[in-house]
Design a protein around this ligand. Structure first.
Ligand code: HAM
Length: 420
């Protein structure tokens, strides 16, 4: 029969690699704890309308990249989440989290997202985001804390040479004001721009500035900048975020062309980049979204967040030759000579495991020599041997692999000797 393969743009994370994922996840959880964030788990699918309204009808994500299905036996349209800000905000509103005495609401998540993109290094159709959202504060210190939180996490992972690019995309009113100038500029060069951009002009002109086609980038080099059209209040907010970041010594560059691919952003938008991680260089993206809670039916509450892809983090670590200090291997392997010894081993591994020791034995009827090899491959710290004479004397031989030291002890003592 023909073999069935893994779907394009997805990956299996196998033993040997999964330990690195577990390490990153555990470090992230500990990191978030220090910043007073709590975990939230929302469904992998939501009503399609959540993303249409939340992420924006004219974004690439909603237009081209969503995996949607009709709910069987009903007309409901469901979509595998392409990102999690919309889901978290939905949950915030639905569970009235704004009413909790602990404010602002600080949440984080770790989990898979789904986008139908062209797969390449660092771009998958199922990928894993670690992200955080803060709801209920529009203070610029939270913007800076958000950026610092993810920057410090990367630092802790050992990454070097990261760049924070930021911009203010203003409020809706700022953008309206800017739009008039931008449209005048873009309409003049409309026919020289790529086809996508020609249609973006009418639907979402700001996105033209985000076009990756070199010719378009050149043509729009002198397009009117949003930064020059910020209200006094928006400009002050942006200046304050920068002041806080400077106080923490976080290096950043203001990029007036930075436009994120999701429509909910207001004011601060940022990306963290590293040169040369495959086809893509963006490790992390985020920003403020002060209109989103209201857009999704809640009160007018401000929000800000970020998310980064774990696959891209792994690529970055690889690129910089960073090895994570993951723990592998087991504590103890019991090698037996006879079927009777195996029976003893079977109850001993049970006792060891109950005492917190990672213990293993042979299940393949291998010769002692092959069992010793298996213990070696599993990098067991101790090998316990039960031969015929040990069996007769109710003893076992314990060998510490690092030192080669070995001693014979009563079988009943084994758990106490190896207990953590
Ligand atoms: P995003 O920029 O679409 O933002 O995605 C954030 C990060 O997810 C990217 O920087 C990248 O590391 C990873 N990522 C995105 N798409 C893929 C893909 N196809 N394959 C691998 N990794 C990918 C958001 O999703 C926003 N929800 C972030 C946010 C949270 N803004 C505010 N709060």
């Amino acid at each position: 029969m023909a073999r069935i393969q893994i779907p394009r743009g997805t990956q299996d994370i196998l033993p040997g690699t999964v330990e690195q994922w577990q390490y990153i996840e555990a470090k992230a959880r500990e990191h978030f704890r220090r910043f007073n964030y709590q975990e939230i788990r929302t469904p992998l699918f939501e009503y399609t309308e959540l993303f249409q309204r939340g992420v924006g009808e004219t974004t690439d994500i909603v237009e081209k990249e969503m995996y949607s299905v009709k709910n069987p036996r009903s007309e409901d349209q469901l979509t595998l989440r392409p990102e999690n800000t919309a889901g978290v905000v939905r949950s915030y509103v639905e569970n009235k989290m704004y009413g909790s005495p602990n404010q602002p609401t600080k949440l984080y998540y770790i989990g898979p997202m789904f986008r139908h993109e062209r797969p390449q290094a660092g771009r998958l159709r199922q990928f894993t985001q670690i992200g955080a959202e803060t709801l209920g504060s529009s203070d610029p210190s939270i913007d800076a804390e958000m950026i610092a939180m993810v920057f410090r996490f990367y630092e802790e992972m050992g990454l070097k040479g990261l760049r924070v690019d930021m911009n203010s995309v203003g409020t809706r009113e700022d953008r309206e004001r800017h739009r008039t100038h931008l449209l005048a500029f873009l309409n003049d060069i409309r026919h020289e721009l790529c086809e996508d951009c020609q249609s973006r002009i009418d639907r979402n002109p700001l996105r033209v500035l985000d076009c990756k086609v070199p010719k378009d980038q050149e043509l729009t080099k002198n397009a009117p900048s949003l930064l020059e059209h910020l209200s006094e209040e928006s400009a002050a907010h942006f200046a304050s975020v920068q002041k806080y970041l400077t106080a923490l010594g976080i290096p950043f560059v203001v990029d007036p062309r930075l436009v994120r691919g999701l429509d909910y952003y207001t004011l601060t938008a940022f990306e963290i980049k590293m040169a040369e991680i495959g086809a893509v260089e963006t490790l992390c993206g985020g920003g403020r979204y002060n209109g989103l809670v209201a857009e999704l039916g809640g009160d007018d509450m401000p929000g800000i967040g970020f998310a980064f892809g774990v696959e891209r983090l792994m690529l970055a670590l690889q690129k910089q030759g960073i090895e994570l200090p993951v723990k592998t291997g087991i504590d103890c392997y019991i090698v037996v000579q006879t079927p009777e010894a195996k029976e003893v081993a079977f109850t001993l591994v049970d006792q060891l495991r109950r005492a917190g020791v990672a213990a293993e034995m042979d299940y393949l009827d291998r010769k002692m020599k092959a069992q010793l090899k298996a213990a070696d491959r599993l990098t067991a710290q101790y090998t316990v041997i039960i031969g015929e004479s040990e069996l007769a004397n109710n003893t076992v031989v314990v060998k510490e692999m690092a030192t080669g030291e070995q001693k014979e002890i009563a079988a009943a003592e084994l758990v106490n000797v190896l207990r953590k």
